[in-house]
Design a protein around this ligand. Sequence first.
Ligand code: ADP
Ligand code: MG
Length: 341
Amino acid sequence: MIKKSIQLLFVLTAIGLLSACSDEKLPVVHLQGDTMGTTYNVKYVVNKNQQKVEGLQTTIDNRLQQVNKLMSTYDPESELSRFNQSRYTAPFNASEETRSVVAEALRINKLSEGALDVTVGPLVNLWGFGPTKRPEKVPTDSQIAEVRDYVGSEKLRITQSGLQKTHPQVYVDLSTIAKGYGVDKIAAILELQNIHDYLVEIGGEMRVKGQRGDGSGWLIAVEKPLSSGRAVQKVLSVGTNAVATSGDYRNYYEQDGVRYSHLIDPRSGKPIDHNLVAVTVVASSSMTADGLATALNVMGWDAAKKLAEQENLAVLLIRHHNDEFEEYISTAFDETVEIKN
Ligand code: ADP
Ligand code: MG
């Protein structure tokens, strides 16, 4: 019996916003909407020599719909869904946009020695975290082995004008970096409109630039990794950067007293099972930060630390150790981020 089902509770998943308190504020426009099975928030400062941009929300909504039309696995007619449904191993025509996101996923796959793997979907489903029903039983080793025949990023290739699978059943799910990609595309729209003071967020993935209306920098709160209740672990000022988090403390199920994570280690075919509870990554691209956060989470404390130092990644790790939360701040994080508390 499954005692606890997956909880997807929050608008701003692992990160919440703190608002400023100052007297002299320039007006801040706040746009909100739904996308990618979650919500988005955009805040931007209207400067003295600038008007509120008319039609901006429509432009953003249209752009996000465009991305979904290409990469959503919830839309059976999206480009990616058609690729997934195809049982041919010949090259499949795909847009430059989808290919660029797949390319970043494959780059992070290599960097993380296989920890982030966008072909892991069939295993996710088998463990009961996909769109299909949760399993009544933990899958057997032979069920896992069967599915692993068509899981693995080496079975997915980017060709000159498309994508190619080397096994007919390869299934690609970009949801682990798509929110970040959406954030980057919204930021690009704002830049085109000459907006340079903003915060963009989709489902907890964030990117900020410039200042808030009162002239101070944007502050981002990283939540304490608690399974219930909300509390702030750290308040960060990240300059002009994206911030992503990956944490498993709310998204899991429990069976016979064992807790199963929604993240699968593609190298074992099983949910991750270690004491690293939250990963925060700061990077210039939200897509990269999003993918790296999940990758490092799958890797675990020691391997994540090592990769962060080796690749100069700005990373904050939190693990549960001796009944306490222990933090690790990478050298690059220390150099990039100002910790406010
Ligand atoms: P988190 O914020 O905890 O990193 P995300 O929402 O970014 O989680 O992505 C989690 C989803 O990614 C899972 O629900 C699953 O569909 C998929 N997934 C699970 N394991 C992996 C993995 N090793 N690599 C890529 N995607 C994964
Ligand atoms: Mg992620």
